[in-house]
Design a binder for this molecule. Structure first.
Ligand code: HEC
Length: 183
């Protein structure tokens, strides 16, 4: 056998090996982007979102530079969403609590002063014990703004006179969430 012919034959054989039927996922029946479809009545393979879909956590900012503006926004949002239960001073004496709802712990107790921002973010996002989640009303950036305002409240409390400070934490702390609610 001619040597050149032998080499050509080997190359053809090896090459043919690559053409074996195989089952890569790319080979299956599929629609390419915006390809027409005769399966759906509107003729489009790209399907619209189901009515009522709620976008969750579009892009979660993981930090927020704290400025006077951040804190001012946070104050507005806190007064709207949180103060009815937590009180405008964060002492847990909101109007709904005065009418009988479970009293939340004061934000001025040591445990919550020392709690990381991530805990506060988690409570707003997922709820805590009897407090339900605010994730659908308060988007991520506003959560951080509210946290910056809670920190401002706590700092003010730490610099208040002993009498005022005592009043802010008069109800004491609760270490574990109460049962029920949350979510
Ligand atoms: C309808 C009343 C209500 C509203 C409104 C509310 N909370 Fe609460 N929150 C509670 C209650 C009740 C607790 C205590 C839950 C428990 O211990 O079971 C609590 C607990 C907390 C805690 C303490 C968690 C811990 O470790 O003890 C934080 C922080 C908090 N809430 C933040 C917020 C923020 C921020 C908002 C506004 C976005 C808010 N809450 C809105 C009722 C409320």
């Amino acid at each position: 056998m001619n040597r050149t012919f032998f080499i050509v034959a080997i190359v053809l054989l090896v090459g043919a090996g690559c053409e074996r039927p195989h089952s890569d996922m790319g080979d299956q029946d599929k629609y390419n982007t915006y390809q027409a479809s005769d399966f759906f009545v509107d003729g489009a393979s790209a399907r619209p979102l189901v009515a009522g879909v709620v976008v969750r956590e579009p892009s979660i900012p993981t930090t927020l530079p704290v400025t006077a503006e951040t804190v001012a926004h946070g104050q507005q949002e806190f007064d709207i969403y949180c103060s009815v239960c937590h009180g405008r001073l964060g002492n847990g004496e909101g109007m709904i609590v005065q009418r009988g709802l479970t009293r939340p712990p004061s934000f001025h107790v040591d445990r919550l002063i020392n709690a990381p921002d991530s805990h506060l973010y988690d409570v707003i996002t997922n709820g805590y014990g009897q407090m339900f989640s605010y994730s659908e009303r308060v988007p991520p950036q506003q959560r951080w703004e509210i946290i910056s305002y809670i920190r401002a409240l706590q700092t003010a409390g730490q610099h208040a006179s002993p009498q005022v400070r005592a009043a802010l934490i008069a109800q004491g702390d609760r270490k574990t969430p109460t049962a029920g609610g949350g979510g």
